[in-house]
Write a protein that binds this ligand. Structure first.
Ligand code: F6P
Length: 399
Protein backbone atom coordinates (compact mmCIF):
# COMPACT_ATOMS: atom_id res chain seq x y z
CA UNK A 1 0.00 0.00 0.00
CA UNK A 2 0.95 3.64 -0.43
CA UNK A 3 0.29 6.45 2.03
CA UNK A 4 -0.05 10.24 1.83
CA UNK A 5 0.58 12.91 4.41
CA UNK A 6 -0.37 16.60 4.44
CA UNK A 7 -0.14 19.63 6.72
CA UNK A 8 -2.90 22.13 7.30
CA UNK A 9 -3.78 25.32 9.17
CA UNK A 10 -1.43 27.75 10.90
CA UNK A 11 2.16 26.48 11.11
CA UNK A 12 4.18 25.61 14.20
CA UNK A 13 7.86 24.85 14.56
CA UNK A 14 7.07 21.22 15.45
CA UNK A 15 4.79 20.36 12.53
CA UNK A 16 7.67 19.16 10.37
CA UNK A 17 8.83 16.95 13.23
CA UNK A 18 5.44 15.20 13.04
CA UNK A 19 5.86 14.90 9.28
CA UNK A 20 9.22 13.28 9.96
CA UNK A 21 7.59 10.91 12.45
CA UNK A 22 5.08 9.78 9.82
CA UNK A 23 7.83 9.30 7.23
CA UNK A 24 10.19 7.48 9.63
CA UNK A 25 7.53 5.02 10.76
CA UNK A 26 6.31 4.49 7.18
CA UNK A 27 9.88 3.74 6.08
CA UNK A 28 10.12 1.14 8.85
CA UNK A 29 6.83 -0.52 7.80
CA UNK A 30 7.46 -3.14 5.08
CA UNK A 31 3.90 -3.08 3.67
CA UNK A 32 4.14 0.68 2.93
CA UNK A 33 5.62 1.37 -0.49
CA UNK A 34 5.23 4.97 -1.72
CA UNK A 35 5.13 7.84 0.81
CA UNK A 36 3.48 10.82 -0.83
CA UNK A 37 3.54 14.38 0.49
CA UNK A 38 0.40 16.28 -0.50
CA UNK A 39 1.18 19.93 -1.22
CA UNK A 40 -0.95 22.58 0.52
CA UNK A 41 -2.96 20.25 2.68
CA UNK A 42 -5.97 18.43 1.30
CA UNK A 43 -5.81 20.70 -1.76
CA UNK A 44 -2.81 18.64 -2.89
CA UNK A 45 -4.96 15.50 -2.93
CA UNK A 46 -7.74 17.31 -4.79
CA UNK A 47 -5.28 18.56 -7.42
CA UNK A 48 -3.18 15.36 -7.34
CA UNK A 49 -0.24 17.54 -6.40
CA UNK A 50 1.96 14.98 -4.67
CA UNK A 51 5.69 14.65 -4.06
CA UNK A 52 7.75 11.55 -3.36
CA UNK A 53 8.91 11.83 0.27
CA UNK A 54 11.15 8.76 0.11
CA UNK A 55 13.22 10.58 -2.52
CA UNK A 56 13.13 13.94 -0.74
CA UNK A 57 14.12 12.45 2.63
CA UNK A 58 16.65 9.86 1.55
CA UNK A 59 19.41 10.79 4.02
CA UNK A 60 19.64 11.25 7.78
CA UNK A 61 21.00 14.76 7.20
CA UNK A 62 17.90 15.81 5.26
CA UNK A 63 15.68 14.33 7.95
CA UNK A 64 17.54 16.22 10.68
CA UNK A 65 17.13 19.46 8.71
CA UNK A 66 13.41 18.82 8.19
CA UNK A 67 13.02 18.46 11.96
CA UNK A 68 14.54 21.89 12.59
CA UNK A 69 12.69 23.66 9.77
CA UNK A 70 9.80 25.87 10.88
CA UNK A 71 6.47 26.23 9.07
CA UNK A 72 4.86 23.56 6.94
CA UNK A 73 7.44 22.01 4.60
CA UNK A 74 4.56 20.72 2.45
CA UNK A 75 2.71 24.03 2.47
CA UNK A 76 -0.66 24.52 4.12
CA UNK A 77 -4.27 25.49 3.46
CA UNK A 78 -7.37 26.64 5.25
CA UNK A 79 -9.81 24.58 3.23
CA UNK A 80 -13.15 23.43 4.60
CA UNK A 81 -14.72 20.35 3.02
CA UNK A 82 -18.42 20.84 2.34
CA UNK A 83 -20.86 18.38 3.97
CA UNK A 84 -20.95 15.50 1.50
CA UNK A 85 -24.72 15.12 1.61
CA UNK A 86 -24.85 18.67 0.19
CA UNK A 87 -21.92 18.43 -2.24
CA UNK A 88 -19.99 15.20 -2.73
CA UNK A 89 -18.06 16.21 -5.85
CA UNK A 90 -14.81 17.04 -4.01
CA UNK A 91 -15.06 13.77 -2.04
CA UNK A 92 -15.25 11.89 -5.36
CA UNK A 93 -12.17 13.71 -6.66
CA UNK A 94 -10.25 12.95 -3.44
CA UNK A 95 -11.28 9.28 -3.57
CA UNK A 96 -10.36 9.00 -7.27
CA UNK A 97 -6.90 10.37 -6.51
CA UNK A 98 -6.46 8.07 -3.50
CA UNK A 99 -7.38 5.07 -5.70
CA UNK A 100 -5.29 6.26 -8.67
CA UNK A 101 -2.20 6.45 -6.41
CA UNK A 102 -3.08 3.31 -4.42
CA UNK A 103 -3.19 5.44 -1.23
CA UNK A 104 -4.63 3.34 1.58
CA UNK A 105 -3.91 5.71 4.44
CA UNK A 106 -3.92 9.50 4.69
CA UNK A 107 -2.40 11.43 7.59
CA UNK A 108 -3.54 14.99 8.21
CA UNK A 109 -1.36 17.07 10.53
CA UNK A 110 -3.45 19.98 11.74
CA UNK A 111 -5.69 21.64 14.30
CA UNK A 112 -9.40 21.54 15.07
CA UNK A 113 -10.43 22.52 11.54
CA UNK A 114 -8.22 19.78 10.07
CA UNK A 115 -9.90 17.26 12.36
CA UNK A 116 -13.17 18.30 10.71
CA UNK A 117 -11.61 17.09 7.42
CA UNK A 118 -10.43 13.84 9.08
CA UNK A 119 -13.90 13.19 10.53
CA UNK A 120 -15.75 13.94 7.29
CA UNK A 121 -13.37 12.04 5.01
CA UNK A 122 -13.25 8.93 7.21
CA UNK A 123 -17.06 8.89 7.43
CA UNK A 124 -17.32 9.20 3.65
CA UNK A 125 -14.83 6.34 3.13
CA UNK A 126 -16.71 4.09 5.58
CA UNK A 127 -20.12 4.86 4.09
CA UNK A 128 -18.83 4.12 0.60
CA UNK A 129 -17.14 0.85 1.55
CA UNK A 130 -13.64 2.20 0.87
CA UNK A 131 -10.79 0.77 2.93
CA UNK A 132 -8.79 4.00 3.16
CA UNK A 133 -7.69 4.98 6.63
CA UNK A 134 -7.78 8.65 7.62
CA UNK A 135 -5.83 9.68 10.73
CA UNK A 136 -5.32 13.09 12.31
CA UNK A 137 -2.05 14.22 13.87
CA UNK A 138 -2.56 17.24 16.17
CA UNK A 139 -0.64 20.50 16.01
CA UNK A 140 -1.33 24.06 16.98
CA UNK A 141 0.37 26.77 18.98
CA UNK A 142 -3.09 27.63 20.31
CA UNK A 143 -3.19 24.39 22.41
CA UNK A 144 -6.96 24.45 22.08
CA UNK A 145 -7.68 20.90 20.88
CA UNK A 146 -10.12 18.88 22.97
CA UNK A 147 -9.19 15.53 24.56
CA UNK A 148 -5.40 15.77 24.12
CA UNK A 149 -3.47 17.11 27.14
CA UNK A 150 -1.61 19.49 24.85
CA UNK A 151 -0.73 19.91 21.20
CA UNK A 152 2.65 19.58 19.50
CA UNK A 153 3.87 23.06 18.57
CA UNK A 154 2.52 24.66 21.72
CA UNK A 155 5.53 23.92 23.94
CA UNK A 156 7.95 25.58 21.54
CA UNK A 157 5.72 28.62 21.13
CA UNK A 158 5.39 28.88 24.92
CA UNK A 159 9.17 28.62 25.30
CA UNK A 160 9.62 31.46 22.79
CA UNK A 161 6.96 33.64 24.43
CA UNK A 162 8.41 33.19 27.93
CA UNK A 163 11.95 33.73 26.66
CA UNK A 164 11.28 36.93 24.73
CA UNK A 165 9.12 38.28 27.54
CA UNK A 166 11.95 37.76 30.01
CA UNK A 167 14.20 39.74 27.62
CA UNK A 168 11.58 42.46 27.11
CA UNK A 169 11.36 42.79 30.90
CA UNK A 170 15.08 43.71 30.94
CA UNK A 171 14.81 46.15 28.02
CA UNK A 172 11.74 47.90 29.35
CA UNK A 173 13.43 48.78 32.64
CA UNK A 174 16.42 50.73 31.33
CA UNK A 175 15.13 54.28 31.79
CA UNK A 176 14.38 55.96 35.08
CA UNK A 177 10.74 56.53 34.27
CA UNK A 178 7.35 54.87 34.44
CA UNK A 179 6.38 52.72 31.47
CA UNK A 180 3.88 50.15 30.28
CA UNK A 181 4.81 47.48 27.71
CA UNK A 182 1.98 45.45 26.20
CA UNK A 183 2.79 42.16 24.44
CA UNK A 184 0.13 40.73 22.14
CA UNK A 185 0.17 36.94 21.92
CA UNK A 186 -1.60 34.61 19.46
CA UNK A 187 -4.07 31.86 20.31
CA UNK A 188 -7.38 32.90 18.80
CA UNK A 189 -10.15 32.41 21.37
CA UNK A 190 -8.04 30.28 23.71
CA UNK A 191 -5.65 31.91 26.15
CA UNK A 192 -3.18 29.04 26.64
CA UNK A 193 -0.22 30.66 24.92
CA UNK A 194 -0.74 34.03 26.60
CA UNK A 195 -1.19 32.26 29.93
CA UNK A 196 2.11 30.44 29.46
CA UNK A 197 3.85 33.81 30.00
CA UNK A 198 3.22 33.08 33.72
CA UNK A 199 6.33 30.87 33.45
CA UNK A 200 8.32 34.04 34.20
CA UNK A 201 6.86 33.95 37.70
CA UNK A 202 8.82 30.75 38.41
CA UNK A 203 11.96 32.85 38.67
CA UNK A 204 10.41 35.25 41.14
CA UNK A 205 9.63 37.84 38.47
CA UNK A 206 6.46 39.87 39.09
CA UNK A 207 6.20 40.26 35.30
CA UNK A 208 3.94 39.84 33.49
CA UNK A 209 2.22 42.04 36.04
CA UNK A 210 -1.03 41.62 34.16
CA UNK A 211 -2.21 38.78 31.90
CA UNK A 212 -5.48 39.04 29.97
CA UNK A 213 -7.08 35.98 28.41
CA UNK A 214 -10.17 35.61 26.20
CA UNK A 215 -11.64 33.24 28.80
CA UNK A 216 -12.03 36.10 31.31
CA UNK A 217 -14.30 39.09 30.93
CA UNK A 218 -12.43 42.21 29.81
CA UNK A 219 -13.29 45.88 30.12
CA UNK A 220 -11.14 48.88 29.25
CA UNK A 221 -12.09 50.66 32.49
CA UNK A 222 -10.93 47.72 34.57
CA UNK A 223 -7.79 47.46 32.39
CA UNK A 224 -6.93 51.11 33.04
CA UNK A 225 -7.45 50.78 36.78
CA UNK A 226 -5.35 47.56 36.82
CA UNK A 227 -2.50 49.33 34.98
CA UNK A 228 -2.71 52.41 37.22
CA UNK A 229 -2.56 50.21 40.34
CA UNK A 230 0.50 48.31 39.04
CA UNK A 231 2.25 51.59 38.17
CA UNK A 232 1.90 52.60 41.81
CA UNK A 233 3.94 49.53 42.72
CA UNK A 234 6.34 49.13 39.77
CA UNK A 235 8.12 51.52 37.39
CA UNK A 236 7.94 49.18 34.42
CA UNK A 237 4.67 47.28 33.96
CA UNK A 238 4.52 44.33 31.57
CA UNK A 239 1.12 43.28 30.19
CA UNK A 240 0.56 40.03 28.27
CA UNK A 241 -2.63 40.16 26.24
CA UNK A 242 -4.22 37.51 24.07
CA UNK A 243 -5.13 38.47 20.52
CA UNK A 244 -8.57 36.96 21.22
CA UNK A 245 -9.80 39.45 23.80
CA UNK A 246 -12.30 41.92 22.50
CA UNK A 247 -12.86 45.58 23.29
CA UNK A 248 -16.45 45.02 22.29
CA UNK A 249 -16.14 47.09 19.13
CA UNK A 250 -17.09 45.75 15.70
CA UNK A 251 -14.43 43.19 14.82
CA UNK A 252 -12.51 42.99 11.60
CA UNK A 253 -14.77 41.43 8.96
CA UNK A 254 -12.23 39.28 7.05
CA UNK A 255 -12.74 35.57 7.75
CA UNK A 256 -11.28 32.32 6.39
CA UNK A 257 -13.33 29.37 5.07
CA UNK A 258 -13.92 28.11 8.61
CA UNK A 259 -15.33 31.52 9.56
CA UNK A 260 -12.35 32.53 11.71
CA UNK A 261 -11.87 36.28 12.06
CA UNK A 262 -8.37 37.56 11.28
CA UNK A 263 -7.32 38.67 14.76
CA UNK A 264 -4.53 41.08 15.49
CA UNK A 265 -4.06 44.59 16.75
CA UNK A 266 -5.47 44.41 20.30
CA UNK A 267 -2.07 45.35 21.74
CA UNK A 268 -1.94 48.51 19.64
CA UNK A 269 -5.52 49.34 20.58
CA UNK A 270 -4.72 48.99 24.28
CA UNK A 271 -1.63 51.14 23.81
CA UNK A 272 -3.93 53.85 22.41
CA UNK A 273 -6.35 53.35 25.32
CA UNK A 274 -3.51 54.09 27.77
CA UNK A 275 -2.17 56.99 25.71
CA UNK A 276 -5.64 58.55 25.62
CA UNK A 277 -6.13 58.10 29.36
CA UNK A 278 -4.78 60.24 32.19
CA UNK A 279 -2.16 57.58 33.05
CA UNK A 280 0.24 59.49 30.83
CA UNK A 281 3.40 57.37 30.84
CA UNK A 282 5.66 55.88 28.17
CA UNK A 283 3.65 53.07 26.54
CA UNK A 284 4.69 50.59 23.88
CA UNK A 285 2.96 47.57 22.33
CA UNK A 286 4.70 44.59 20.76
CA UNK A 287 2.85 42.09 18.56
CA UNK A 288 4.74 38.78 18.58
CA UNK A 289 2.74 37.69 15.54
CA UNK A 290 4.14 34.79 13.47
CA UNK A 291 7.48 34.88 15.34
CA UNK A 292 5.86 32.79 18.06
CA UNK A 293 5.03 29.94 15.68
CA UNK A 294 8.16 29.93 13.47
CA UNK A 295 10.72 30.29 16.27
CA UNK A 296 12.49 26.98 15.52
CA UNK A 297 15.83 28.32 16.77
CA UNK A 298 14.50 28.12 20.32
CA UNK A 299 12.20 25.09 19.97
CA UNK A 300 11.51 22.97 23.02
CA UNK A 301 13.20 19.58 22.73
CA UNK A 302 10.31 17.99 24.63
CA UNK A 303 7.90 19.42 22.08
CA UNK A 304 9.91 18.36 19.03
CA UNK A 305 10.49 14.84 20.40
CA UNK A 306 6.77 14.43 21.13
CA UNK A 307 5.86 15.73 17.67
CA UNK A 308 8.00 12.99 16.09
CA UNK A 309 6.50 10.32 18.37
CA UNK A 310 2.92 11.30 17.66
CA UNK A 311 3.57 11.16 13.89
CA UNK A 312 5.03 7.68 14.31
CA UNK A 313 2.06 6.60 16.45
CA UNK A 314 -0.35 7.74 13.72
CA UNK A 315 1.19 5.36 11.19
CA UNK A 316 1.14 2.50 13.70
CA UNK A 317 -2.57 3.20 14.38
CA UNK A 318 -3.44 3.14 10.67
CA UNK A 319 -1.52 -0.09 10.12
CA UNK A 320 -3.51 -1.61 13.02
CA UNK A 321 -6.70 -0.63 11.17
CA UNK A 322 -7.74 2.57 12.95
CA UNK A 323 -9.45 5.36 11.03
CA UNK A 324 -11.31 8.58 11.80
CA UNK A 325 -9.05 9.09 14.82
CA UNK A 326 -6.80 11.85 16.10
CA UNK A 327 -3.71 10.82 18.03
CA UNK A 328 -3.73 12.38 21.51
CA UNK A 329 -1.32 12.89 24.39
CA UNK A 330 -2.25 11.75 27.90
CA UNK A 331 -0.22 13.24 30.74
CA UNK A 332 0.70 10.59 33.26
CA UNK A 333 2.68 12.88 35.57
CA UNK A 334 4.11 16.43 35.65
CA UNK A 335 7.32 15.61 37.53
CA UNK A 336 8.84 13.41 36.36
CA UNK A 337 7.13 14.36 33.11
CA UNK A 338 5.54 11.25 31.61
CA UNK A 339 3.04 10.91 28.80
CA UNK A 340 1.30 8.25 26.73
CA UNK A 341 -0.16 8.44 23.24
CA UNK A 342 -3.68 7.23 22.52
CA UNK A 343 -6.29 7.84 19.84
CA UNK A 344 -9.73 9.45 20.04
CA UNK A 345 -12.49 10.07 17.50
CA UNK A 346 -11.52 13.05 15.37
CA UNK A 347 -15.22 13.99 15.26
CA UNK A 348 -15.03 14.74 18.99
CA UNK A 349 -12.19 17.20 18.39
CA UNK A 350 -13.40 18.72 15.11
CA UNK A 351 -14.31 22.39 15.32
CA UNK A 352 -14.27 22.37 19.14
CA UNK A 353 -12.09 24.57 21.35
CA UNK A 354 -10.52 23.74 24.72
CA UNK A 355 -10.55 26.86 26.87
CA UNK A 356 -7.88 27.71 29.44
CA UNK A 357 -9.21 26.43 32.80
CA UNK A 358 -11.02 29.10 34.81
CA UNK A 359 -9.52 27.72 38.06
CA UNK A 360 -6.07 28.76 36.78
CA UNK A 361 -7.15 32.38 36.28
CA UNK A 362 -6.72 34.62 39.32
CA UNK A 363 -9.84 35.86 41.09
CA UNK A 364 -9.39 39.42 39.80
CA UNK A 365 -9.25 38.01 36.21
CA UNK A 366 -6.02 39.81 35.34
CA UNK A 367 -3.35 37.15 35.86
CA UNK A 368 -2.64 33.43 35.91
CA UNK A 369 -2.33 31.42 39.09
CA UNK A 370 0.88 29.54 39.92
CA UNK A 371 -1.28 26.40 39.84
CA UNK A 372 -0.79 26.44 36.05
CA UNK A 373 3.00 26.31 36.24
CA UNK A 374 3.40 22.50 36.67
CA UNK A 375 1.29 22.08 33.52
CA UNK A 376 3.39 24.44 31.40
CA UNK A 377 6.86 23.80 32.75
CA UNK A 378 7.70 20.36 31.27
CA UNK A 379 6.43 21.39 27.83
CA UNK A 380 9.20 23.97 27.33
CA UNK A 381 12.05 21.84 28.64
CA UNK A 382 15.15 21.02 26.63
CA UNK A 383 17.08 22.63 23.79
CA UNK A 384 17.46 21.27 20.26
CA UNK A 385 20.81 20.97 18.60
CA UNK A 386 20.25 23.33 15.65
CA UNK A 387 22.54 22.94 12.64
CA UNK A 388 23.79 26.26 11.31
CA UNK A 389 25.68 27.57 8.30
CA UNK A 390 27.39 30.96 8.30
CA UNK A 391 25.83 31.53 11.70
CA UNK A 392 22.25 30.94 10.55
CA UNK A 393 19.97 27.91 11.02
CA UNK A 394 19.74 25.65 7.96
CA UNK A 395 16.28 24.72 6.65
CA UNK A 396 15.08 21.99 4.30
CA UNK A 397 12.69 23.00 1.53
CA UNK A 398 10.40 20.35 0.06
CA UNK A 399 8.13 22.52 -2.09
O1 F6P B 1 -4.42 28.71 14.74
C1 F6P B 1 -3.08 29.03 14.75
C2 F6P B 1 -2.88 30.51 14.52
O2 F6P B 1 -1.50 30.76 14.50
C3 F6P B 1 -3.61 31.42 15.52
O3 F6P B 1 -2.90 31.56 16.71
C4 F6P B 1 -3.72 32.68 14.72
O4 F6P B 1 -4.80 33.50 15.16
C5 F6P B 1 -4.03 32.16 13.35
O5 F6P B 1 -3.41 30.88 13.27
C6 F6P B 1 -3.52 33.02 12.24
O6 F6P B 1 -3.86 32.43 11.05
P1 F6P B 1 -3.24 32.83 9.65
O7 F6P B 1 -1.82 32.39 9.61
O8 F6P B 1 -4.09 32.06 8.67
O9 F6P B 1 -3.39 34.31 9.55
Amino acid sequence: MNIAVAQSGGPTCAINASLLGVVNEAMRTPEIKEIFGSLNGIEGIVKNNLIDLRAHLDTDDKKALLKQTPATALGSCRYKLPDYDKDSSVYKTITDNFIKNDIKAFFYIGGNDSMDTVAKLSKYMAENGLDIKIIGVPKTIDNDLLITDHTPGFGSAAKFVATVLSEIVRDSAVYDLKSVTIIEIMGRHAGWLTASSCLLHTDGSPAPHLIYLPEAEFSTDKFLSDVAAKLEEYDSVIVAVSEGISLGKAEISKTDSFGHIALSGIGKQLEEVIKNSDIGCKTRSIELNVLQRCCAHIASKTDIDEAVLIGEAAVKAAVLGETGKMMCIKRVSDAPYKTEIFSADAALVANGEKAFPSEWITANKNNVSDLAIPYFMPLIEGECDIKTKNGLPVHLLLK
